[in-house]
Design a protein. Sequence first.
Length: 374
Amino acid sequence: MSDLSALALPHIAKLHAYTPGLQPTEPGWVKLNTNECPYPPSPRVAEALRREIGPDGASLRLYPNPRSTPLRAAVATLHGHGLREANVCIGNGSDDILNLLIRAFVTQEAAAGFTLPSYSLYPVLVEIQDGRMQTIEFDRSMQLPVERIAASTARAFFLTSPNAPTGVAFSNADLERVLASYRGLFVVDEAYAPFARENALPLLARHPNLVIVRTLSKAYALAGIRVGYALAAAGIIDLLDRVRDSYNVNRLSQVAAVAALEDPAYYDGVIAKIVATRDRAVAALGRRGWFTYPSQSNFIFTEPRNARGESGPAVSKSAYDFLFARKVLVRHFPSHALTAPFLRISVGTDAEMGVLSDTLDAWLQAPPPHAPQR
Ligand SMILES: *Cc1c(COP(=O)(O)O)cnc(C)c1O
């Protein structure tokens, strides 16, 4: 057989994989491209990992707790709102949870709905499943198209709130207007909720078709350990447990996550610092005259203007390339008309945001590369 892809299922043979943000391996980058936390995790995490490994790593001989039971309990305790262990499923990152939801609920007959733009993993997961998609387009206001989502016939609808890559959050009042008529599974991906003023937790008890997805990758500074979770009615959690790998979360990740969740005071401080840096950076971009969506996340979505006051996809690309050449890494999403004129910038430390600002000043002063040479 010369073409091995012909052996694969047809929808897999034509699949386009998700493109993660660059993870440079050489030092010297100001890395503001994947919304990681610029501060380390709680010191309790490293302590818990050392304790679990012990002098010789003997515990690693043994499989982990298959249900991540102590971690489910820690999540339920953290959130309150009457949540119990039975309302929590732990994933190998929240991407694992999103995958389980699509595996359990989506086919050609039962579509997955989501907005455009939003998290670009959703369509990839649906394609892997050979499922059908229904998309609902935002307009430039980025206000939630409540009526259109409420009327969606999708079996499961995935809403990112605060949204990615815009950072715009949707109110519980709007979510409730959707939930008043939408009868499918309503999944709110709250990867950035710790940086927002409001979250959907208070709605869970009243809406059995609501699923909240969270991650420890952003606010908890633990992207490297891969832990995320779903909060939902016990009946939904039971379905996810049937389709997940039986040992989907390793031993070290489980203890690291428990240690992190048991140190809320540390994370309140980290989140307050990031929010303060974010709000200062948004104000500074405003003083440049750049339009920036109001962010309730740990990133900023801003529309660069060049020295001539122009904006657009070529201008944002020019700023991206200039920053990249000086080892400042941000994200540009050229494939959608609403995102192409913008850059997404993760909120770093104050020092990192200073480097970003100085490099943008240099970009504004640099002659455009396409200027005629004299
Ligand atoms: C980062 C992110 C995730 C993925 O989180 P992991 O737990 O690292 O898999 C999920 N959804 C959105 C919207 C994200 O931005």
